[in-house]
Design a binder for this molecule. Structure first.
Ligand SMILES: *[C@@H]1O[C@H](CO)[C@@H](O)[C@H](O)[C@H]1NC(C)=O
Ligand SMILES: *[C@@H]1O[C@H](CO)[C@@H](O)[C@H](O)[C@H]1NC(C)=O
Length: 512
């Protein structure tokens, strides 16, 4: 649905709902604000809420991996937050991915699974990037639960339709609300305007928001250790005028970050702020970089989570964002930021194990696959195995199958499992398989040892997904521990008995 002149008609109802729900129904949303500023949205994406006060159309398409069935998720009311009950009901007892993010503007720039490009990672990228696990980024917006788009390395979305977006040196604006704690130093967690052929076609052929620690390939960075908001202009992440250090571009790692990049002939700007509080600051506003960036050669495709040539090694979380036609004024950006703050993004604790993790309670994880009820998740040196353990097993075997549950080392709403007989050693994944090793205090090591709990997919116990790869789960196959997806390209991803193989009963402590 396209927002139209019928805005007045619903206002009485809207204020009625506002009083009931405590949210600001009927107020201008980001794309109403851009339109009023003379720079309308030509692409508007969000899995959490409508970006127009009148919008009731689909926000995203949810696909269930067990049977491939699709469901469009709409806002619960015009201008409102996504209907989370519909999402949760559709995915109950199975796994889901976000297969499309609808363009809420009338341009039809829907973000779909990104095709193979000039660069890419893994067997998935032989044809397409991966899709985001649908429950990887739970969040609260206006006091209601919703889900953002959790981009794990290898994940990407793209629209090469390029309708109404800026081409060549035409002016445009972009904003995005992101998780400021979810990033890496790889190329490239982007949202914005890029090449239409999935390849690097040269300097100035893209103009997108980048968030992360830089890619090490250029010298572009801000003050401190990052992450930073930069402009990905192709063949370079720019923190300002040049691909060097811009001291006025600060490290920005609020839990929720608003990022703005906008450009017009011979001028571009980077702005940012805390999406949950306060105003935007300007980190750069000045001339274009030289050598192919002035004038720009924008092509108008829209990307999310990848670089213009499909470089898909980065990670990050996207909640909402838009691309405009025309260069928005700072005043317009500021009003959009005010609406984002009013929307009240907050973190949410979705699932909690009924275990006191404060002092590291010891648990065992019992397999629920029929025929293996005496088997538990254990370690054999570095290898994670499924071993038969009973109450009469010897002490050292019981120790190898016992784990101290701790607050997630990479994300506090999730969990980490420390070996009882090898303190400091944790279960971690190496993208596709599990091992137990010394977990150092490096960001990636901590994150890869973090698993989020949800009710067991077969209705028993708990299922654990990797925080860093929300479409991959702790699974046993032929006695070994893997990080497997439901129907993915690897042997351990087969769908047969998936729900049983990823469901574990926690005993606190003990063995049957
Ligand atoms: C949300 O989705 C549920 C389940 O599909 C549906 O019953 C309900 O009517 C929806 N709520 C709204 C406000 O659309
Ligand atoms: C944790 O252990 C300490 C020291 O043994 C004890 O004083 C404290 O009460 C324990 N806390 C919990 C939550 O069990």
């Amino acid at each position: 649905m396209v927002p139209g002149p019928s805005a007045k008609r619903t206002s009485v109802l809207a204020f009625g709902l506002a009083a009931l729900s405590g949210t600001l129904v009927g107020a201008d949303r980001p794309c109403d604000i851009y339109k009023a500023g003379g720079t309308p949205c030509v692409a508007a994406h969000s899995t959490t809420r409508a970006l127009y006060q009148e919008y009731t159309g689909p926000l995203y398409l949810l696909t269930r991996e067990c049977d491939g069935s699709h469901l469009e998720i709409h806002p619960s009311e015009a201008g409102g937050v996504a209907n989370v009950s519909a999402h949760d009901e559709h995915c109950k007892g199975t796994t889901c991915v976000i297969s499309m993010i609808h363009d809420q503007s009338s341009s039809g720039n829907h973000l779909m699974q990104a095709p193979k490009g000039g660069a890419g990672l893994g067997p998935e990228a032989l044809y397409f990037d991966s899709l985001a696990g649908a429950s990887g980024a739970p969040v609260s917006v206006s006091g209601k639960n919703a889900y953002g788009v959790f981009i794990a390395p290898g994940t990407g979305y793209r629209s090469n339709v390029a309708k109404n977006t800026a081409k060549g040196d035409e002016p445009q604006g972009m904003y995005a609300v992101l998780d400021g704690t979810h990033y890496n130093g790889k190329c490239c967690f982007d949202y914005g305007n890029a090449e239409t052929n999935n390849r690097n076609t040269g300097n100035g052929h893209m103009e997108a928001i980048y968030f992360g620690k830089g890619d090490g390939f250029g010298k572009g960075k801000g003050e401190g250790s990052g992450p930073w908001i930069m402009g990905d202009l192709e063949n370079g992440l720019f923190p300002g005028r040049k691909m060097n250090k811009n001291k006025k571009n600060p490290t920005i790692d609020f839990r929720f970050v608003t990022a703005v990049v906008k450009g017009q002939p011979d001028n571009w700007a980077i702005r940012g702020g805390n999406a949950a509080d306060g105003a935007l600051s300007t980190y750069y506003n000045g001339q274009r970089p030289k050598k192919g960036y002035n004038p720009m050669s924008k092509e108008g495709a829209v990307i999310l989570g990848i670089g213009g040539d499909n470089s898909n090694w980065a990670q990050g979380t996207f909640y909402e964002g838009a691309v405009t036609s025309g260069f928005p004024s700072d005043e317009t950006d500021d009003k959009v930021q005010a609406d984002i703050v009013t929307a009240k993004y907050q973190r949410v604790f979705v699932s909690e194990l009924k275990i006191d993790t404060r002092n590291g309670s010891s648990v065992s994880l019992q397999i629920t696959t029929p025929g293996f009820e005496n088997f538990y998740l254990a370690h054999d040196g570095e290898t994670v195995k499924m071993l038969e353990v009973t109450s009469s097993s010897d002490y050292s075997l019981k120790q190898r199958a016992s784990w101290r549950v701790q607050q997630g080392r990479g994300e506090e709403t999730c969990y980490s499992f420390e070996s009882v007989d090898k303190p400091g050693h944790f279960i971690r994944h190496h993208e596709h398989w599990l091992k137990v090793d010394l977990n150092l205090n490096l960001k990636k090591d901590r994150e890869d040892a973090t698993f989020c709990s949800q009710p067991g997919l077969n209705g028993r116990g708990h299922t654990f997904r990797a925080w860093t790869y929300p479409a991959r789960y702790i699974r046993h196959v032929l006695g070994r521990g893997y990080l497997a997806s439901n129907g993915g390209p690897r042997d351990q991803d087969h769908k047969l008995s998936f729900s049983d193989d990823v469901s574990f009963i926690l005993h606190n402590p003990g063995f049957a």
